[in-house]
Write a protein that binds this ligand. Structure first.
Ligand SMILES: [Fe+2]
Ligand SMILES: [Fe+2]
Length: 327
């Protein structure tokens, strides 16, 4: 058995008045019921997946491949991109499980009946995402454990699962994590030529867009009603959530934390030197101009949504600008 546990506490809230009080959320609940799909039958699983057509899910569209990749034979390049893709998609699979658990919490903690009804539909959406990624990754390669960078994504999901304000759960998952997922799926859909994977991304991103809408509708309504201390805490939580992913991994690395990186094994299997590959990646990452021109789902997808719900204020904006997260 392979599992982790964390302790969470939630304050479950019962509603006894069942009439709609946030119409836009009730409308979204109706849309969610209509847009359900079946991971077992709505994906063209009968088509074969050719690893040469899958592409590398860890790359960015239109960005020159690394030298350590170009130095390999075509056959080995395909093998590497297949494994890197399975590794990357495995991380999203773990994230989908976290989203499913968090939505279960939302059903309990959100105070409005429309919010509860809608969140219940998202539990099955995320279950479907777990199912569809699990099935696809197994046809491509195998499920990999969380990667070092993802200990930070796990940190975000754990922060959301253990947060004490329901608004933090809603902003952290629905506005930030969902926007990042949506941006990432759109990017990966552009990279791949595999029809099966394209369909997986298309249907999944359609759900994630609805999940972001829930966060935006609900929080736009809620944030102006919050008292100032809670609102400040929510703003600070958003900042932590936005930077936990970008900085936590690197910080842990600096603190000398030892990870078992699945990529080390993957590189060894295709004959790539792990340290050399990492130093080439690090040198590209340290070029601020190159970083600016590369897609960044935090800056491009999540930040604009935080602005939209009024969580970027004079008190916090300069911090985002400083680390290049303000779009
Ligand atoms: Fe999802
Ligand atoms: Fe989602």
């Amino acid at each position: 058995m392979n599992f982790d546990t964390i302790d969470t506490t939630v304050k479950a809230l019962w509603r006894y008045d069942y009439d709609t009080n946030i119409k836009a959320l009730r409308d979204l609940y109706e849309v969610a019921k209509k847009e359900q799909w079946n991971a077992a039958t709505d994906i063209p699983w009968h088509l074969k997946t050719d690893p040469a057509e899958v592409g590398d899910m860890m790359s960015d569209p239109g960005v020159e491949p690394f030298d350590f990749v170009k130095a390999l034979s075509t056959e080995k390049q395909i093998e590497l991109s297949k494994k890197r893709s399975a590794h990357m998609l495995s991380n999203f699979l773990h994230g989908e499980q976290g989203a499913m658990m968090l939505c279960g919490q939302l059903v309990e903690v959100v105070p409005d009946i429309d919010g509860k009804l809608y969140a219940s539909t998202q539990v099955i959406d995320e279950a479907r995402h777990v199912e569809v990624f699990h099935t696809y990754i197994k046809r491509l390669d195998k499920i990999y454990p969380p990667m070092p960078g993802l200990t930070a994504l796990m940190a975000l999901i754990n922060a959301v699962l253990t947060a004490d304000l329901w608004q933090m759960k809603c902003v952290g998952m629905q506005v930030i994590a969902e926007s990042i997922a949506m941006g990432s799926f759109k990017k990966m859909k552009e990279i791949t030529d595999d029809e099966v994977l394209k369909k997986v991304f298309e249907l999944t991103a359609q759900d994630e867009a609805r999940h972001v809408s829930y966060g935006l509708i609900y929080m736009k309504d809620e944030i102006p009603k919050m008292n100032e201390p809670d609102r400040d805490r929510l703003e600070d939580f958003a900042w932590t959530a936005m930077t936990i992913l970008a900085t936590n991994g690197l910080m842990e690395q600096k603190q000398g934390k030892k990870w078992v990186d699945p990529l080390e094994q993957i590189y060894a299997e295709v004959g790539v030197d792990y340290d050399k590959a990492n130093s080439e990646i690090a040198s590209r990452m340290s070029d601020p101009e190159a970083l600016k021109s590369q897609p960044n789902p935090f800056r491009d997808n999540a930040f604009p949504q935080l602005e939209r719900i009024g969580l970027i204020t004079d008190r916090t904006r300069s911090k985002y600008v400083e680390v290049g997260l303000a779009g």
